[in-house]
Design a protein around this ligand. Structure first.
Ligand code: ADP
Length: 574
């Protein structure tokens, strides 16, 4: 936030600097151009003044040679006639007045009639030179240039013709001219000016009153400050509405009229032009800056959004990870529970079967006893052949009992056998052997055509046997006490899959979708036969072999359970 503000400030400063640079460049160039024109104007104004005055100089020289003038100068002529001539000449040329003056200022004749005329100081004329001066007329207070031409007579200068020119006559040509031009004399007094405001102002303050100016005729110069810009002197002044507020000051001396011409060239056009260019540059830079700023802002917003997305992504990932961990924990728990259930199921099955098994073992034992007694009798009678038969039967019965016990042990042991190739036919046979007693007491007919060849599948022998036994025992439960109760067992092979089917003709499954749920049982609670675990355990076992177990109601009535397993590979089987 702070950095952004600083950047904006810096950019603002840069724009200000740029604008100032442009302004300065434009101003300097424009001032130089204005000054060049000012110089030309200055030369023109000076030439105009000197040209104007030259006429009166010539008039004075010409009149000094006039016979009537010379006559009067020598004291022989008549003043009245000469005054008429002077008046005519003055009217024609626009001179202020013309007079013939004797040394000491005595007026011999004047165009104004002599009475009011007071001759200016024209000392040099009496020494034989053309005199030129400027002064403020003492009587009328008017500014005037004066030319005095010596009148020569017999080697002397008895008088001089004085022609005076009102400055306002010269100034009249500047009325309405926008140029501010003024002429200053050696005493720094503005004697002629295109602006009334400047007239008779003396730049030098203090000091003695210069000659040619009566008391109180001079004013102080206008307040102004000067500085240099673009190599030119610039004035800043308060001179009212008709004078420029800021101007280039240029000057040039005109020795012919003993004056220095000065101009004040208004710098307003230069300032205006510079301002225009500077503001254009500033606006341009500002616009550019705004565009740049907008771009940068957009990028920032984008970056922020990306960052926010990254954070959201990270959060999501963390959540996914957490969920995964929870799930795997739950899975572990499930596996543990399942293992426990398997064990519990085994124990329960063991309990269920103990009755049947004791019966199963009891029966051959009874048979062995009677066979043994018979064998003894036959031996007493001296019939060893029949005794041997009985002994063979005993041996067969003992082997069968051994098998039953072996199966029982394997079943009760905590299962940790690896998955391998198992003969499914053998498994079914073993399961039937363990449940035979139960089936027989229930009066169940068994429909089982064992394949001649072993059918090898992938699985664990003991666990698979547990599954088959559970299916047989469920089927036996379903059809217990039913007339023509029948269980059908079959094995089919199809494209690498082996399918074992156990079907009964009982009442069928009440809720097929629930049978694999743990503790789902329709059998009486507390009944030694049902805990509702058998199928759910079987499900887990078959799954662990990569197989599938399903139960459904057959179309012809009764339930059918199928166990599908991978067939063992041929070479493995071999
Ligand atoms: P249990 O045998 O202890 O009840 P199981 O998980 O083995 O537990 O069986 C669950 C339920 O499935 C049984 O209670 C029964 O309702 C149903 N069931 C299983 N096999 C059969 C079958 N062959 N015919 C009808 N119902 C069956």
């Amino acid at each position: 936030m702070n950095r952004r503000l600083l950047l904006i400030l810096a950019y603002g400063l840069a724009i200000a600097l740029l604008s100032y640079g442009v302004w300065r460049q434009a101003y300097t160039g424009e001032v130089a151009r204005l000054a060049e024109r000012g110089q030309a104007d200055l030369a023109l104004a000076g030439d105009r003044l000197t040209g104007e005055l030259r006429r009166y100089r010539e008039l004075a020289v010409l009149l000094a040679d006039h016979p009537e003038v010379r006559a009067l100068a020598e004291g022989s002529g008549e003043a009245v006639g000469l005054e008429a001539l002077f008046l005519r000449s003055a009217d024609k040329t626009g001179a202020m007045d013309i007079a013939l003056v004797a040394p000491g200022g005595r007026v011999l004749a004047a165009s104004t009639g002599g009475a009011g005329y007071r001759a200016p100081f024209v000392g040099r004329a009496f020494q034989g030179a053309l005199d030129f001066s400027h002064a403020v007329d003492v009587g009328q207070g008017r500014r005037a240039f004066a030319y005095a031409a010596p009148v020569r007579a017999r080697g002397r200068v008895p008088a001089a013709v004085v022609v005076r020119v009102d400055t306002e006559r010269v100034e009249a040509t500047w009325r309405g001219d926008p140029l501010t031009v003024f002429f200053t004399d050696a005493e720094d007094v503005v004697f002629v000016a295109s602006r009334e405001e400047l007239v008779l102002r003396r730049r030098k303050s203090g000091g003695a009153l210069p000659t040619g100016y009566p008391e109180g005729a001079l004013r102080d110069f206008l307040d102004h400050a000067t500085h240099v810009a673009a190599g030119f002197e610039i004035w800043t002044l308060q001179g009212g509405p008709y004078l420029p507020a800021e101007a280039i000051h240029l000057s040039r001396s005109f020795p012919v009229v003993e004056l220095t011409a000065e101009v004040l060239v208004d710098t307003l056009p230069a300032r205006r032009q510079a301002m225009l260019l500077a503001s254009a540059a500033g606006t341009l830079a500002l616009g550019l800056g705004a565009v740049l700023f907008a771009l940068v802002e957009r990028r920032r917003a984008l970056a922020l959004r990306l960052a926010a997305e990254a954070v959201a992504n990270a959060r999501l990932e963390a959540r996914v990870e957490e969920r995964t961990r929870e799930l795997s924990q739950a899975n572990d728990q499930l596996r543990l529970t399942q293992a426990e259930l398997v064990q519990a199921g085994k124990l329960s099955a063991l309990g269920q079967m103990s009755a049947g098994i004791s019966h199963e073992l009891n029966q051959p034992l009874m048979a062995i006893r009677s066979y043994a007694e018979n064998a003894g009798l036959f031996l007493e009678r001296g019939e060893p052949g029949r005794a041997g038969d009985n002994l063979a039967r005993i041996s067969e019965l003992a082997r069968r009992m051994g098998r039953i016990i072996k199966n029982l042990r394997a079943f009760a042991r905590q299962e940790s056998e690896a998955i391998g190739n198992v003969d499914l036919v053998g498994v079914v046979e073993a399961a039937l052997e363990l449940t035979e007693a139960k089936l027989r007491t229930s009066g169940v007919a068994l429909d089982w055509a064992a394949p001649a060849e072993p059918v090898m599948v992938r699985g664990g022998e003991v666990r698979l046997q547990q599954v088959v036994m559970n299916l047989l025992s469920n089927a036996a439960d379903a059809i217990a006490g039913q007339a023509d109760a029948r269980i059908q067992i079959s094995i089919t092979t199809d494209r690498g899959r082996v399918r074992l089917s156990v079907a009964d003709n009982g009442p069928g499954i009440a809720e097929p979708e629930r049978i694999f749920d743990p503790f789902y049982s329709t059998k009486e609670v507390g009944h030694s036969e049902g805990m509702g675990l058998g199928l759910s355990i079987s499900y887990g076992i078959v799954q662990s072999f990569g197989g599938a177990i399903a139960g459904r109601n057959s179309p012809g009535g009764g339930a059918e359970f199928t166990v599908e397993l991978d067939a063992a590979e041929v070479e493995a089987a071999a």
